[in-house]
Write a protein of this length. Structure first.
Length: 326
């Protein structure tokens, strides 16, 4: 039984790929009392209504996480919060850096403030592999947000609210994923653009990401940064799985893009333990009554990177996952 059962839940960025999958899952399996979908785009809310229907447990809030007053109103009588709202396009961030700061950093602090004031019990914030040893502005803003949420437990030490972070890699089939992009090009008979033949990525499915977040709510005490143990893929294997035999051409790595992904750096590994299906990166300072989770320290020099991962998806396994998304 999950702590989310029978509770009141708010999802920022609730009309994104993760938000819709998470809300659909908890409505069908966890019996929440109320679910607040908080997002700033009325068209996406309209489209989400078509998908989720007029379930009486749903509440629809138009609002931006930059607006702390609106967040406070939306969080009235909320037990748990999933913070999924963010600006995410790497190249867009390089051209509009302060907009990403305002949403991903200042907006995250607004979520922290509003959650504490509303008496929310637990908050899980979604991070990204790009927050580990960030190379681009987007990753830097998400690293700052991760630090805010872990340190938010100091800020809320005299209150009931606790904060943790979930960090994972690419979500197969999400909006902006390479899978639907490659598939669309192949259906039109066009060549697939490959950034670099050596490129590798971590890979997780939407249902896996949703379950990981649900499990994190049940396990967290506040301050943990959870990283799932997931397989890696090669970009050439993804192309072959999605569009066998399709022509390809090399376009080069985009500004701010990494050849291989990293979810835990070598420096952070000194504060990392392995526990079942996940790694847990512990907070640097934890004097709010942090409860040490069970687990084994990772080996000296460990870094969780997509090119040195010990688990890989084959072309056949990728194709089976992709076909299951249709």
């Amino acid at each position: 039984m999950s702590i989310l059962e029978g509770s009141s839940i708010l999802v920022t960025g609730g009309t994104g790929s993760f938000g819709k999958a998470f809300i659909s899952r908890i409505l069908s399996d966890l019996g929440p009392r109320r679910v607040v979908i908080y997002s700033r785009d009325e068209l996406k809310q309209y489209e989400a209504r078509q998908l989720l229907g007029d379930d009486p447990r749903l509440r629809w809030f138009i609002g931006d996480i930059r607006d702390e007053h609106r967040l406070r109103r939306a969080m009235h009588d909320i037990d748990y919060v999933v913070h999924a709202a963010a600006l995410k396009q790497v190249d867009t961030a390089e051209y509009n850096p302060f907009e990403f700061v305002r949403t991903n950093i200042i907006g995250s602090q607004n979520v922290i403030e509003a959650s504490i004031d509303a008496g929310v019990k637990k908050v899980v914030a979604l991070s990204t592999d790009k927050a580990s040893s960030p190379l681009n502005l987007y990753g830097a803003t998400k690293l700052a947000a991760d630090k805010l949420f872990q340190s938010g437990n100091h800020y809320a030490a005299g209150y009931t609210t606790r904060f943790s972070v979930v960090r994972y890699g690419n979500v197969m089939g999400s909006r902006g994923s390479v899978v639907p992009f490659f598939r669309g090009l192949a259906e039109r008979g066009e060549s697939l653009p490959i950034t670099d033949e050596r490129m590798t990525r971590f890979w997780i499915t939407l249902p896996q990401a949703v379950q990981f977040v649900i499990d994190s709510f049940d396990q967290m005490n506040g301050g943990e940064l959870y990283v799932p143990r997931i397989p890696s893929t090669r970009i050439l294997d993804i192309a072959e799985a999605v569009a066998p035999g399709a022509p390809r051409h090399i376009v080069g790595i985009r500004p701010g893009e990494k050849l291989h992904e990293e979810m835990i750096s070598g420096d952070d590994s000194r504060r990392t333990i392995r526990a079942g299906d996940r790694y847990i990166v512990l907070p640097t300072i934890a004097d709010w009554g942090f409860v040490m989770p069970d687990g084994e320290p990772v080996a000296d020099g460990f870094a969780y990177q997509s090119d040195s991962n010990d688990e890989w998806l084959s072309v056949e396994e990728i194709r089976a996952l992709v076909d299951g998304m249709r």
